[in-house]
Design a protein around this ligand. Sequence first.
Ligand code: NAI
Length: 349
Amino acid sequence: MRLSKEKLFDLMKQKLVKAGLNEEAASDVSDVLTFADHRGIHSHGAVRVEYYAERIAKGGITAHPNYSFKQTGPATATFDGDNGPGHQAAKQAMERAIEMARENGVAVVGVKNISHSGALGYFVEMAAKEDMVGLSMCQSDPMVVPFGGTEPYFGTNPIAFSAPSNDDRIITFDMATTVQAWGKVLDARSKNESIPDTWAVNDKGEPTTNSRDVHALVPVAGPKGYGLMMMVDILSGSLLGVPHGIHVSSMYKDLTKGRDLGQLHIVINPAYFTDLQQFKEQITTMLDELKAQPAAEGFGEIYYPGERGKLRSEKYDELGIEIVDDIYNYLISDDVHFDKYHGKNRFAE
Ligand code: NAI
């Protein structure tokens, strides 16, 4: 099924309101989810609505949160999300971070006690659209072995970075610190397909190609990704006084409780370091130079981070966003479904 951006947004918003969110919160969450589907990040779009609806209905996402923002220094602040919708809390915290960086050149805002906030590219692009550099990182539930280990310890702990150019191109580098997302393993499992031996390990910590044998995911680039996911966990967990590593709450185990997750936004205002125009022009030059680089055999062209998402958006603007039929049918149904995810393990099995 193909839907316009507006139609998809409306369907998701309406379902989230039905699950218990107010109009504003449902709009904010739906905006982040629409962003993801519109860029082709379908793992973090409409597919999640049914889960969020169940968690809201069971009380594990506070439907009417009391957010509190506290500036703790000239360039530092905390934003307590009261375990409300993570997308909304992270968005409001980024708005504050941008205001602070406009005044002070830099802002570091810790967002604590939130639920899942979706695709981080959304938040960092907010900064780039205001001529600033945005960085964001967050915790997620443990499903990744430490390098050389057999048991999951860290989550897929994503990091995102965005910077403006002098034209309509925005660099948006946004990645999980694992080789592959769990959704890809699930997809292979549903099709009875094998997976590359670089994605995951079995319960002995050995690389596996059997999608049914997967016990945990592995960090991107071995010990380097392991170090990166640890950094993300420290900066968005321990630094904010919320649980770390293996103690981070499971996505599905108990949908009645708040998840107490952490996320860190860093915003840098280039105007405090150099001439803003020159900065943006230099990025435009960098992108032009990269696009002019010769492509290796098997690669049609060189892309900059975020470019493929932009191209997908342009295609979807013409043809509509592709949404799988089951998700569309759920979105147009009268049901909210409150009994699908509670009590499942980390892989929603
Ligand atoms: P991915 O592997 O699809 O892309 C990672 C990065 O590589 C992107 O910036 C993309 O633009 C860039 N890229 C991809 N192909 C490229 C190419 N050919 N040339 C140049 N650049 C290229 O992303 P991943 O790791 O699967 O993450 C997907 C989403 O999941 C992200 O939005 C992330 O924030 C989100 N996520 C959220 C979590 C949460 O708990 N909130 C947990 C984990 C991931």
